[in-house]
Design a protein. Structure first.
Length: 126
């Protein structure tokens, strides 16, 4: 029989009012941004999405929905009513249902339309 009084870690819903978006970077763009001399990027609009450009490279921004929500947690502490000893807590500050993906695009010409992905069909009905 266990004699420990450990009740675990308290998890609380505590939204912080900040709107979060996760951005998935392609490896080539990540390498550019982490280099010793990171480039200046420009953000432009196109017929189908926003486009990030640098020199002769461009990346289109695409929203991708996910069936599993991502929860952003923050560490915190709370004190119980009967003691002044702080106890660790986790606060769920935001829930994310979609991410922004950067897709490499040709610098000129029309953007190819991708068809047949279930999450893109699902996004249109929302």
């Amino acid at each position: 029989m266990s004699t420990q009084a450990d009740a675990g870690i308290l998890v609380a819903h505590a939204p912080d009012g900040v709107n979060y978006k996760l951005l998935e970077l392609p490896p080539d763009l990540l390498a550019l941004l982490e280099s010793q001399d990171p480039p200046v990027l420009s953000l432009e609009s196109s017929e189908t999405s926003a486009v990030i450009k640098h020199g002769n490279q461009s990346w289109g921004l695409r929203q991708k929905n996910t069936s599993n929500a991502l929860i952003i947690l923050s560490l915190g502490e709370t004190t119980a009513d009967s003691s002044q000893i702080p106890e660790p807590t986790l606060k769920a500050v935001a829930t994310i249902h979609d991410t922004v993906e950067l897709v490499s695009e040709p610098i000129s010409g029309p953007v190819p339309v991708v068809k047949g992905k279930w999450h893109e069909k699902f996004a249109r009905s929302r």
